[in-house]
Design a protein. Sequence first.
Length: 341
Amino acid sequence: MLKKFKQATLRSLKTSGVSTLVQNSRWRRQRLLILGYHGISLKDEHEWNNTQYMPPAVLRARLGQLKKSRCNVLPLDEAIKRLYANDLPDRAVALTFDDGTADFYQRAFPLLREFDFPVTLYLTTFYSQYNRPVFDLMCSYLLWKGRNETLNLQEFTGEDFRFELGDSDSQEVARRGIHAFARENKLSAEEKDTLLSKLAARLKIDYEALLAQRIMHNLTPDEVKKLASDGLDIQLHTHRHRTPKDRSLFIREIEDNRRSIQAMTGKTTSHFCYPSGAYDLEFLPWLRESGVISATTCKPGFASQAADRLLLPRVLDNLSLSPIEFESWLTGVSAALPRRR
Ligand SMILES: [Zn+2]
């Protein structure tokens, strides 16, 4: 109901011309909209997780809306410099993608090239170097794929728990059980990989086919290299997709990530995105110490000069945003509407 009301409000703001006033306003010119994306489906990933994945056709429609709304899509580094110099063009936007999943190379990048939009990829590097499925994601995806099956966790965790995987709650409980087992037993990447193939076999899933399609894989070092030489800006997202609350471990995550990106691209990095959007004020001095000059969160909003450079808001675009809601972010109208937390 609330969503319906919001859509109606946005439509009337559009027809009454308020949206046009806002999008050409000084208020909007002093603000940068940073958009965040994750995966673009190779197959059915958006049916499994519609906040992290969208089909290529939806991304194409979004890029079309950016063009139609005459947004000025800037490279992230330039956009941030111009934000703080009070020198942004009208309707400024920066595009970012998180993680560096294999589909970025196959799905997202060709579309971004077609529209000639600059983009920043925040790359987490562990699973680029170890190019096997990302354990957490593939585990969850397999449990969803196996939703017509019954699973006993005994052979995976030693606990005699039987699950009908038909509903998402059971899938989640099973996933947590497997994760806790992997964590408590400090399974190596290879051991986790073996567990995944065993899980797929038990759920009657053709795992080799998923591997061949590179579902839940990260970009290979070769792909990263090609993308970088093709002009893609690649920045920091930690090596193991985590932010330990310990100074030296935190800094190690940044350094390992930076070293790995530099080895693949030959380029330096100074922009950062908090994995899973999890930030803590304690991280800020550690980021500064690591030479990081900007960091984006997942807190929806516009970046203004008043924002801390290491806590920049960012709108995660996903399938739950309707075209008119997406447009209201481009124009700036959405900033005036109440938001659900
Ligand atoms: Zn991430």
